[in-house]
Ligand binder design. Structure first.
Ligand SMILES: Nc1ncnc2c1ncn2[C@@H]1O[C@H](COP(=O)(O)OP(=O)(O)OP(=O)(O)O)[C@@H](O)[C@H]1O
Ligand SMILES: [Mg+2]
Length: 250
C-alpha cells in the first residue's frame, strides 16, 4: 500500500490518463483533489497544502479553471506546469507535499500502427510533458464513459502506455446517468472485468452540477447542500477509498 512511499518521504503521484478526450480527467482530478485534501491544510487558509492538483496541459487549462475559484476556499494547491517538466518531480520530493493528482490532456496524436515495442506518444511538447509525468507516476486513474466508443482508447491507454511502464492503474466509469438504467453501465463494467483490469467498484454518476462546476470554479466539497450534492460527493469519496486499496509503483 502506501507505507513504502511514505517512509521514503515522497509524495504519491496519481495521474488521470486516457487517450480519449472528454472522459472526465479534469473533473476527476480537481474533485479527487478536493476530497483527499479536505481538512488537510495544516496552517489554515492561505498556507501551503499537502495536496496538489497539477495540470500538464500546455494550454494551462488548470489555470483557466483555477482563475475562477476563490483560492482560500480550495482544499488543495494547484499548479500548471506550462512546459516546465521538472515541476512535478520536484514537488514529489518536497517534504510538505503528500499527494499530487495530475490532470493529463487527451493524446490523440498517437501512431496506432507503431510497433508494440515503440513508445506511441510521439514527439512535441505535450508528449514530452506526458512522458515526464509518467516517469514519476505511482498510479494512474483511467476514466471511461459507459459507451462502446470508449473501449478501444481505454485498452490502448492501458496496454500501450501504462502496462509497459509498470504503472498500477484503476479504471473508473464516469458520467453514468442513473436515469438511463443499468444496461450500459453493466456492459462497460463487464468489458473492464473481462479484460482483468482493476475497477473502482462504484461509477461516478452524471450530474448537471458537475458540468456547471468548472465554470463556476466549484469543487464537489463546496457544492450547495442538496441530495444530489451529497450523492455527487459520495462518488468521489468512494473513488478515493478504492484508490487507497491500489498499490503504488514499487
Ligand atoms: N460525472 C459527470 N457528470 C456530469 N458532467 C461531467 C461529469 N464528468 C465530466 N463531465 C463533463 O464532461 C465534460 C468533459 O469532462 P472533462 O473536461 O473533465 O474531461 P477531460 O477528460 O478532462 O477532457 P479533455 O480530454 O478535453 O481534457 C465537461 O463538460 C465536464 O463538465
Ligand atoms: Mg481535461
Amino acid at each position: 500500500m502506501t507505507s513504502a512511499r511514505q517512509s521514503s518521504a515522497q509524495a504519491i503521484v496519481d495521474v488521470l490518463l486516457s487517450q480519449k478526450g472528454g472522459v472526465g480527467k479534469s473533473t476527476i482530478a480537481v474533485n479527487l483533489g478536493a476530497v483527499i485534501g479536505e481538512n488537510t491544510r495544516p496552517n489554515g487558509p492561505g498556507e501551503d497544502a499537502p495536496v496538489i492538483a497539477a495540470g500538464i496541459d500546455p494550454q494551462g487549462s488548470m489555470e483557466k479553471w483555477a482563475d475562477r475559484v476563490e483560492e482560500d476556499d480550495l482544499p488543495f494547491d494547484y499548479v500548471s506546469t506550462r512546459g516546465d517538466n521538472a515541476i512535478i518531480p520536484r514537488l514529489k520530493k518536497d517534504p510538505l507535499v503528500r499527494r499530487i493528482v495530475v490532470d493529463c490532456p487527451g493524446f490523440m496524436d498517437v501512431d496506432p500502427t507503431a510497433e508494440r515495442s515503440r513508445d506511441p506518444l510521439g514527439h512535441g511538447a505535450a508528449a514530452d510533458a506526458l512522458r515526464a509525468v509518467l516517469d514519476v507516476a505511482d498510479r494512474a486513474i483511467v476514466p471511461i464513459n459507459p459507451e462502446w466508443l470508449a473501449f478501444d482508447p481505454t485498452e490502448y491507454t492501458i496496454e500501450r502506455i501504462l502496462r509497459p511502464r509498470g504503472i498500477p492503474f484503476l479504471v473508473v466509469v464516469n458520467r453514468w446517468d442513473p436515469r438511463d438504467g443499468r444496461e450500459d453501465l453493466d456492459k462497460v463494467q463487464a468489458w473492464i472485468d473481462e479484460h482483468g483490469y482493476p475497477r473502482a467498484p462504484q461509477a461516478i454518476r452524471k450530474y448537471k452540477i458537475h458540468t456547471n462546476a468548472a465554470e463556476k470554479g466549484l469543487v464537489v466539497t463546496r457544492y450547495a447542500e442538496s441530495g444530489t450534492a451529497l450523492r455527487a460527493r459520495e462518488d468521489f469519496y468512494k473513488l478515493a477509498i478504492a484508490l487507497d486499496g491500489l498499490e503504488v509503483r514499487g
